[in-house]
Design a protein around this ligand. Structure first.
Ligand code: GCU
Length: 415
């Protein structure tokens, strides 16, 4: 009897001390609080931005710098040498409808080396393929049942483990190429592991070498996506005007940051990116800035932590990240059961960002009601959907991304 009581008390103690999402987060819309968003269309010195030139010359660079200094950080200057080696290639992928190419990208600087392994599928018979660049969580071989895919060096998961997240058949059948890499190739998703990242090539070996505004994991994964694009742009059959960076969750945050920085990407897709991705930070709903900084201190620059106590003192909010993508197409996708990522906050953020698209004569989401689940809302160059289901990437998501890309990329000109 006494033993049972001890076990009960012990279990209760464990349950109380394990932080779960629901215990610490607010999911009550009436407790979101009031907030004033920084205006994407007012310059730091208070001038209204009313045209494209002012946006591109003044306001966009201001916002970009604010994100670099306060949230994602920047990578130090470094002369990194890059080389490419095709380690495997076949014309017989997916029953012969695609070319599979596996490319090792080697980065060198100052006697330090790091490699990334890229898996690329290109549909056969398409002269110029639009391309998705999208990092993966568990290693290239986990994205497919294709037995020829080489296991990424830091992968610890079995083959095809996350294949459901990669609609390769649909992508290829739609005439799109797709390139992926294991995010650990660039930056281990753990604290105090800077040696297991590209950072030694930038002269950074430990946390002591980081400045307040030095980017960390999110900035590094974004950097990795840009390096894949560098390679893709050397290929004749890749359509350089139709390149898409897409990421899920923490890699959705990285995809958005990458697309904001690297304007060579012609479209940006955020899949369930949530806090410090597409969702507004000032809304107290689901994950918060202080929670993300406390649990994942290796994701953002150190300065970001100084906003933990008072998020309203952040000089930016996430709608301005989305606005940095303008006028290029941006797609934000949420999932109904992923309240942690604040789906409604993701929508509001896109809606606010769409005002910047108006400077380019594009339709905005202003006045649009929150769409019903599984009913995508696309206006101008902004796309949004909330689908049924959990935090994940599904075939439905890919179906929407491809349809949206087709509409934007090809409806005006045809293929
Ligand atoms: C955690 C984290 C999120 C992140 C997610 C993911 O839930 O709190 O911010 O997006 O992991 O990457 O799956």
């Amino acid at each position: 009897m006494r033993n049972n009581l001890v076990i009960f008390l012990w279990a209760a103690f464990i349950l109380m001390s394990v932080p779960t999402h629901s215990q610490e987060a607010n999911y009550d819309e009436s407790k979101v609080g009031t907030y004033i968003l920084p205006d994407a269309l007012t310059t730091n010195d208070g001038k209204k931005v009313t045209n494209q030139q002012q946006w591109e010359k003044t306001r966009r660079p201001e916002i970009l710098k604010l994100f670099q200094d306060n949230e994602y950080g920047i990578l130090p200057e470094a002369k990194i040498q890059t080389s490419y080696r095709v380690v495997e290639e076949s014309e017989g992928a997916f029953g012969g409808k695609a070319i599979r190419r596996q490319v090792e990208i080697t980065f060198n600087n100052d006697g330090k080396t790091r490699q990334m392994l890229v898996l690329l599928y290109m549909p056969k018979g398409v002269k110029k393929c639009p391309v998705f660049v999208s990092p993966n969580f568990q290693g290239n071989a986990t994205t497919t049942t294709d037995p020829a895919v080489i296991e990424s060096p830091f992968s610890t998961h079995e083959r095809a483990h996350q294949a459901s997240r990669w609609s390769y058949n649909r992508i290829i059948d739609s005439g799109y190429a797709v390139a992926t890499f294991h995010y650990y190739d660039i930056y281990f998703d753990k604290d105090n592991m800077l040696s297991e990242t590209i950072y030694p090539l930038f002269g950074i070996n430990s946390n002591a070498d980081l400045q307040d505004n030095t980017g960390k994991a999110i900035a590094a994964w974004a950097w990795g996506c840009s390096r894949v694009l560098d390679y893709l742009l050397t290929l004749r059959n890749i359509d350089k005007q139709r390149t898409i960076v897409m990421g899920h969750s923490r890699l959705g945050k990285a995809a958005l940051w990458c697309g904001a920085m690297d304007q060579r990407f012609s479209m940006v897709i955020s899949n369930n990116s949530g806090c410090s991705g597409a969702a507004l930070s000032r809304r107290n709903y689901g994950e918060t800035v202080s929670r993300i900084n406390n649990v994942f201190p290796w994701w953002f620059c150190n300065k970001y932590q100084s906003y933990n106590r008072d998020v309203s003192s952040l000089p930016i909010d996430q709608h301005e990240l989305l606005a940095l993508i303008a006028p290029r197409p941006v797609y934000v996708a949420s999932a109904q059961e992923d309240q942690w990522a604040d789906p409604y906050g993701e929508f509001l953020s896109l809606q606010e960002a769409s005002k910047v698209y108006a400077l380019y004569g594009l339709e905005t989401l202003e006045g649009c009601a929150y769409p019903a689940v599984n009913e995508p809302l696309w206006k101008g160059n902004c796309g949004y959907h909330i689908r049924t289901g959990i935090h994940d990437v599904t075939d439905y998501d890919w179906q929407c991304y491809i349809k949206f890309a087709e509409k934007i990329f090809f409806s005006a000109y045809g293929r």
